[in-house]
Design a protein around this ligand. Structure first.
Ligand code: 6R9
Length: 656
């Protein structure tokens, strides 16, 4: 096993740095006058009316950006590219899960389809400010629906199509959505699975969590995707293909106030009532557009850009739809799972379409590692010139593997830290500037101010762990929690109320070179005999072993040490299969953590499991593993991508 130097850096090649959209001067420019910098960035967009003030923070923590400015997000993502003569450029290369199913949609096509859909939605009597729920797999119509809502000032609320009908219902109710847009079904590993049936259940009165039908919903608009049988309510349900194609392709977008709510997105994975994060228009689109440009070094008309996230997640909103389309990007959209029909699917798509920018989550990268390097090796991936990571701390081992086996050992990797709440990327290397360190998100972007502080809001010295805070308001920041401003203040602004810092809920540290390391949620910090050890540190050490594909670590109550470290690991395909070997492997792993971090970090238990409990967006739900490790019955598993996983893990018992 090779131990890597944690200070090893990867500088961009001179050729990359030379052609990069921004250079090192960007930081100073932004720091010299932050608001003037954002004022300039907002001018990337087309505004129908200019703003009178860049930021109004007088009602903190509720910001107003680009006060009194007016714009239309859909016009900015669609029409203006057509007007600029780029109507023939492909906006979306869509690839269905069945291998013979694909569609290319140009910006002109997109303008027509979005206009038709907007005309239909307004014929229903919907007016700006009404909410529309979108419960769809990754179809062209999903993008069209979002952009049609934006065009009319309808606030969309996308609910991940893998969520249960109960989850859909609570989101529909919370937002009093008037329309639900869905599909008859979705393809999942080669087979059609029902989707509309889930909507019927959500809106009806049979769920245990509801009393009576969802009375806010007037229409359910259904895309015919799989052709499976569906139940039908004539007065409520309409087929997309029966009402949209006949609409006029002409639609004049209206400009809305910069602070008009563009979308709600509910955060998943936590207990209790979901939080509807509110994002508005002008500031959000400004930061989405700016960050997509500079972090991904995007070149319109040249790059083929692939953000693999589902639109049910914030990454799918900002870097699947609004950021790239506002910049006239050609986007790859793939409907299915990465191993349908086999593990080659993503690499085949990259090769076929010449994908040049690829943005994925560490969990997917570790899955690729588990499948083995032979799979990407069978493909020509030389079109790739930049890789991105988002969603969790990326362990240095996965970072190196990603660069070596997907990035041809040459391309920059941007490790991007942000949240549903921040709306857009906040911390990331600039790819033409940074000497990136594997595992570090490096530095706050130009125009963004962050700090790492202790419980008393004092900045902590280098190498010491503290809380990640954002010290100044930023354009894409959330404006509240839908219907619960009290909870908004409480969750994010009460911890450092005096200083007015936004509390991100993540632990972080600066190293002695000034690189920022995000160490995971603060509730993921363990306390072992008084020593603070982050779960991701131990996970990283475990995953550094050749036989381990993924690891999840939790702190469980322990009589002697306060907390004890309990680890769950998935082995790589190449690991020895016979279970006699497993005890030896577990001993080896313990020893490894002990030498890599410290004997204090040695896990008390290590269990080899077939899978880990993950949300649909790929975050490991450590809460469930903690329940298991502390002998409690599992909590709510409804947001898991595979609800049976906990049963499978429990069957293994915790031992080691
Ligand atoms: C975009 C997104 C936010 C939480 C965040 C943090 C974790 C995201 C990360 C990262 C370390 C990164 N996170 N990106 N941790 N390095 N590059 O993921 O939004 O689903 O709201 O999650 O994800 O813990 O606080 P969201």
């Amino acid at each position: 096993m090779t131990a890597h130097d944690p200070n090893e850096t990867f500088a961009p090649s001179p050729a990359f740095a030379e052609q990069a959209n921004v250079g090192p001067g960007e930081y100073e420019r932004a720091a010299a006058d932050r608001l003037a910098f954002w004022d300039e960035q907002a001018r990337r967009l087309d505004w129908a009316a200019d703003w009178n003030e860049v930021l109004d923070w007088s009602d903190a923590p509720v910001a107003k950006w680009f006060v009194d400015g007016r714009l239309n997000a859909s016009y900015n993502c669609v029409d203006r590219h057509v007007e600029a003569g780029n109507g023939d450029r492909v906006a979306i290369h869509w690839v269905g899960e069945p291998t013979d199913d694909s569609r290319d949609i140009t910006y002109s096509d997109l303008k027509d389809e979005v206009s038709r859909t907007a005309n239909y939605l307004s014929s229903l009597g919907l007016v700006a400010g009404d909410r529309v729920a979108i419960y769809m797999p990754l179809l062209p119509e999903t993008y069209i629906a979002m952009l049609a809502c934006a065009r009319l000032g309808l606030t969309h609320s996308v609910v991940f199509a893998g969520f249960s009908s109960a989850a859909l219902r609570s989101r529909v109710d919370d937002a009093s959505a008037k329309v639900v847009i869905t599909a008859d079904g979705q393809f999942r590993r080669g087979k059609p699975a029902p989707l509309k049936a889930g909507v019927d259940e959500a809106l009806g009165d049979s769920l245990p969590s509801v009393d009576g039908p969802a009375d806010s919903v007037q229409k359910v608009l259904v895309v015919r995707r799989t052709g499976i049988d569906v139940d039908w309510q004539d007065d409520r349900d309409v087929w997309w293909d029966e009402v949209i194609p006949g609409q006029s392709a002409e639609h004049t977008p209206e400009a809305f106030d910069s602070e008009h709510p563009l979308f709600l997105l509910y955060t998943s994975g936590t207990t209790g009532k979901p939080k509807g994060i509110v994002h508005t228009t002008g500031g959000y689109l400004t930061q989405a557009s700016y960050t997509h440009d500079v972090v991904f070094d995007h070149k319109p008309g040249k790059d083929v850009y692939w953000c693999t996230a589902d639109v049910g997640w914030v990454t799918g909103h900002t870097y699947g739809v609004y950021g790239p389309l506002s910049n006239g990007a050609t986007c790859m959209v793939y409907e299915g799972t990465p191993n349908s029909p086999n593990e080659h699917r993503h690499f085949e798509i990259i090769e076929k379409y010449g994908v040049s920018i690829y943005y994925a989550a560490p969990t997917l990268i570790r899955t690729f590692m588990k499948w083995g390097r032979e799979i990407p090796k069978a493909h020509d991936l030389s079109s790739i010139r930049l890789l991105g990571s988002v969603g969790e701390p990326i362990n240095p081992e996965a970072w190196r593997w990603y660069r070596e086996h997907i990035g041809g050992d040459a391309v920059p990797i941007v490790d991007t830290w942000w949240q549903t709440e921040t709306g857009a990327i906040m911390i990331s290397p600039l790819p033409g500037v940074a000497e990136a360190k594997p595992g570090s998100a490096m530095r706050a972007l130009p125009g963004i101010n962050v700090s790492v502080v202790n419980g008393d809001a004092q900045e902590v010295p280098a190498e010491e762990q503290g809380f990640l805070v954002i010290t100044e308001p930023w354009p894409a920041m959330l404006r509240g929690i839908w219907g619960d401003m009290e909870r908004y203040r409480d969750t994010y602004w009460s911890r450092f109320a005096e200083e007015g810092y936004y509390f991100a809920g993540d632990g972080a540290k600066f190293d002695s070179d000034g690189a920022l390391w995000v160490l995971g949620r603060v509730d993921d910090v363990m306390n072992i005999s008084g020593h603070r050890i982050s779960t991701s540190e131990v996970e990283s050490a475990l995953v550094g072993h050749d036989s381990v594909a993924e690891a999840a670590v939790v702190g469980a109550n322990d009589e002697t040490t306060g907390q004890a470290i309990v680890a769950f690991v998935i082995l790589r395909e190449s690991a020895p299969e016979d279970t006699d070997h497993h005890q030896a492997l577990i001993d080896e792993l313990r020893a490894r953590v002990s030498t890599e971090i410290s004997p204090i970090a040695k896990p008390r238990d290590i269990t080899i499991v077939p899978e880990l409990p993950k949300t649909r967006s790929g975050k490991i739900m450590r809460r469930l593993l903690k329940d298991l490790a502390e002998g409690r019955d599992g909590g709510d598993t409804s947001t898991l991508s595979d609800p049976t996983i906990m049963e499978q893990i429990r069957a293994k018992g915790t031992r080691g």
